[in-house]
Design a protein around this ligand. Structure first.
Ligand code: C2O
Ligand code: CU
Ligand code: CU
Length: 538
């Protein structure tokens, strides 16, 4: 697996035959990403490995409190908690030995904000754009047919939320400094770890990079009845990577400093909740770690440095049916993992949460035994697997990369369609569909749909060469259909689509009619232009 060599698939004109190395053991997805050539150039960035590890305490997310209650008839919101969030430029230190960095935030520091809501109880969030007129980063040149606004436009999306489309943060619903947007989140969904992030067309990878991300946890009675570690024993952790310039400011590699736009971003500073490689003191007992990968492109391959196992109890859209014991977890951009780690196995030790050889953070475990009454339940929440026969139709769609004439930038598409092409995915509300995603590229793409939750059916390798030569179905399969791993058997909203494979997901389109989007959650891919609108009609 390690000797896998990267060759870009060139789908010239969409038809030319190209050879592809299909990796059988696709679970090693992180390798593909680590070999990206879109690293910031060393001359412009400081070497983050020189920053001392584990000198800053882990920042805890900052719980938001409502500024009262309001009704909003257009949203159907009646006497709901009302939050006003001011999106603004801030300065915050990301490491003891760095100067304060210029960031953007939903809150006052680099620590993530946290919204907490009870299932079935809606909340209103008023998002204010209080940004200055200039962006922190050099933006892209204007793109054909895509409305270009002022540089510091924003629109917030709560990832994983089942919301009417007016509150979903459609990419073209951005608004500019001096404006605000009131959004209603009904929270008619099960307990899950959602996260808020920017989604403004053409700029969200910069806006998120600048800091526009936060937590949104939904609770419900099923979860609360399980006796899981809570309070200070529950730690929400946002994991991402950044680079710094020689002055200690965030560095994003974009022209004119770097050649072409970055097809993936990989930084050398691993950040957890707004600090570079922090530490946290814990008691020798069970903790619940709510993890979200909020990196632009990086896949994390998580493990603990002492080799101990942990239990995964939930994924993107909530609890699994039962805990899954594992020692290593590959988590793609935008995926979430709900983990229970028992630190009593490492009393008095310091252990590191790591991604392969990269250090993310350190846990300093107390020496003295403590009471830990809660047992991890053997079953969590029943998950009914939906039968394939429930699907009204199957859509076969391809994930594409096209070489560009200049040999520099690549165009990446969903089903060979650009953002501005007319809507092709029109789905009936309350119907079930299978989306069959055939990956013709050499990257694993984490594909995400707004509004819905889905189940992964299977993955199967096929001959990309044959498909490109004929440009027609049926596919020639080169292996058996593979069931998802145990930890992928819950409700998902992001699915890893490995290269050379068809990944099938089964989606009940429930919630609301309206226009939403689906896209690759590698933000650099999404921007260029692995993102498409889709429509639900009633
Ligand atoms: Cu994390 Cu379009 O979303
Ligand atoms: Cu989303
Ligand atoms: Cu992608």
């Amino acid at each position: 697996m390690k000797s896998w060599t990267r060759r870009r698939l060139l789908e010239q004109g969409g038809l030319a035959a190209a050879s592809l190395l299909v990796r059988a053991g696709w679970a090693q997805t992180s390798n593909a990403m680590q070999m990206s050539y879109a690293r910031p150039s060393a001359a412009r960035t400081l070497d983050a490995s020189k920053l001392e590890s584990f000198v800053d305490p882990l920042p805890l997310p900052v719980l938001q409190t409502p500024q009262g209650r309001r009704s909003s008839p257009v949203h159907g919101a009646v006497d709901a908690p009302y939050y006003a969030i001011h999106i603004r430029a801030i300065e915050s230190r990301l490491h003891r030995d760095l100067p304060p960095s210029c960031l953007w935030g939903y809150g006052a520091t680099s620590a993530p904000v946290l919204f907490e809501a009870q299932s079935g109880q809606g909340i209103l969030i008023d998002w204010f754009n209080d940004l200055p007129p200039q962006h922190l980063f050099t933006l892209d040149p204007p793109r054909d047919g895509v409305a270009q606004g002022p540089p510091t436009r924003v629109v917030t999306h709560v990832h994983g939320a089942r919301v009417p489309s007016i509150s979903d943060g459609y990419p073209e619903d951005w608004f500019v400094p001096g404006n605000h947007r009131l959004c209603y989140y009904p929270n008619r969904q099960e307990a899950a770890a959602l996260w808020a992030h920017d989604h403004a067309m053409g700029v969200n990878r910069f806006n998120i990079f600048a800091g526009l991300m936060g937590w949104y946890l939904i609770r419900d009675e099923v979860e609360q009845g399980l006796g899981l570690p809570s309070g200070k024993y529950e730690l929400p952790l946002l994991l991402y990577d950044r680079s710094f310039d020689l002055q200690g400011q965030l560095y994003y590699p974009n022209p004119p400093d770097e050649g072409a736009w970055a097809q993936e971003f990989l930084g050398d500073a691993m950040v957890v909740n707004g600090k570079v490689r922090p530490y946290h003191e814990v008691e020798p007992r069970k903790y619940r770690l709510r993890i979200a990968n909020t990196a632009n492109s990086r896949f994390f391959s998580l493990s603990l440095s002492n080799g101990q196992s942990f239990h995964m109890i939930g994924s993107d859209q909530g609890l699994l049916a039962a805990p899954v014991e594992m020692t290593r977890l590959v988590i793609a951009p935008a995926e979430r993992a709900d983990l229970v780690v028992d630190f009593s196995h490492a009393r008095g030790q310091n252990i590191i949460l790591q991604s392969d050889e990269l250090e993310l953070m350190q846990f300093r475990i107390g020496r003295d035994a403590v009471d830990d009454p809660g047992q991890l339940p053997a079953s969590l929440r029943p998950i009914e697997r939906i039968a394939e026969e429930a699907a009204a139709r199957t859509r076969f769609m391809t994930l594409n990369e096209f070489d560009n004439d200049n040999g520099m930038a690549m165009v990446m598409l969903l089903n060979r369609k650009h953002w501005m092409d007319p809507v092709t995915e029109r789905v009936k509300l309350d119907s079930v569909e299978i989306w069959s995603l055939a990956n013709l590229t050499q990257d694993t793409h984490p594909i995400h749909l707004h509004l819905v939750r889905f189940q992964i059916l299977d993955r199967r390798s096929f001959s990309v060469d044959d498909y490109l030569a004929s440009n027609a179905l049926p596919l020639r399969y080169t292996g058996p259909a593979m069931q998802p791993a145990a930890h992928e058997m819950g409700w998902k909203d992001v699915v890893q689509c490995p290269p050379g494979m068809v990944t099938r997901i089964l989606i009940p389109f429930q919630g609301y009619a309206g226009r939403y989007v689906w896209h690759c959650h590698i933000l650099e891919h999404e921007a260029n232009e692995m993102m498409r609108p889709y429509e639900i009609f009633s």
